[in-house]
Design a protein around this ligand. Structure first.
Ligand SMILES: C[S@@+](CC[C@H](N)C(=O)[O-])C[C@H]1O[C@@H](n2cnc3c(N)ncnc32)[C@H](O)[C@@H]1O
Length: 180
């Protein structure tokens, strides 16, 4: 995928992370996830891999950022079915159509062990780049898309608004899925 705006925008040399600014979907998650004593955690679309060495047993994957442990599209990631305790998808399952988002979430849901969790930060439809299509997450479609892929909303959608590292005021949604 040469000249893919996603790869350029999210590259290590261009993108600026704002993870320290999110109260709900930021670094505070490390203690909560470590308390679950997970054997395997995947940070899907990890960007600069901020949870590395802060969450135990974590593997960060990213399609565009070389700070990841594995640089790959999540659709090609090498995890077996029902082998992962917790996945983080903080800003990474936000792109394309509802079909694209459902397919990505279904892929991640497949890795999760029964009783495991997926931590989500979704974009409610705010532009990040003129050539990148954002899927507009909402409290309603978080429930319906989750149900479609076998994930139940465990912690309902909450909004958080921050000024990001680019100086833009942005709102994001945070929720947690559980796989039954
Ligand atoms: C908004 S950034 C968030 C990064 C990080 N999770 C954080 O909160 O700082 C979204 C990340 O998801 C990655 N990403 C998007 N689509 C992806 C895919 N299909 N497979 C793997 N990574 C993807 C991007 O490259 C980017 O680094």
């Amino acid at each position: 995928m040469e000249n893919d705006p996603m790869l350029d925008f999210f590259s290590k040399s261009n993108w600026r992370q704002s993870i320290d600014r999110f109260k709900l979907s930021g670094m505070n998650l490390a203690d909560e996830i470590n308390a679950l004593n997970p054997a395997v955690v995947v940070d899907v679309g990890c960007g600069f891999n901020p949870f590395k060495n802060r969450i135990r047993n974590l593997v960060g994957i990213d399609i565009a950022n070389e700070s990841a442990d594995i640089v790959c599209d999540l659709m090609d990631a090498p995890f077996r079915e029902a082998s992962v305790d917790v996945a983080l998808a903080l800003g990474s399952i936000n792109f394309g159509t509802s079909h694209d988002v459902s397919a990505a979430l279904a892929k991640v849901a497949g890795w999760i062990k029964p009783g495991g969790f997926v931590y989500m930060r979704g974009n409610p439809g705010q532009e990040v780049h003129p050539e990148i299509t954002i899927f507009p997450w909402s409290a309603e479609n978080a429930v319906s898309i989750g149900r479609h892929v076998g994930l139940r909303v465990h912690k309902p959608v909450q909004e958080e608004t921050i000024v990001d590292a680019w100086g833009n005021r942005i709102t994001r949604l945070f929720w947690i899925y559980r796989k039954d």
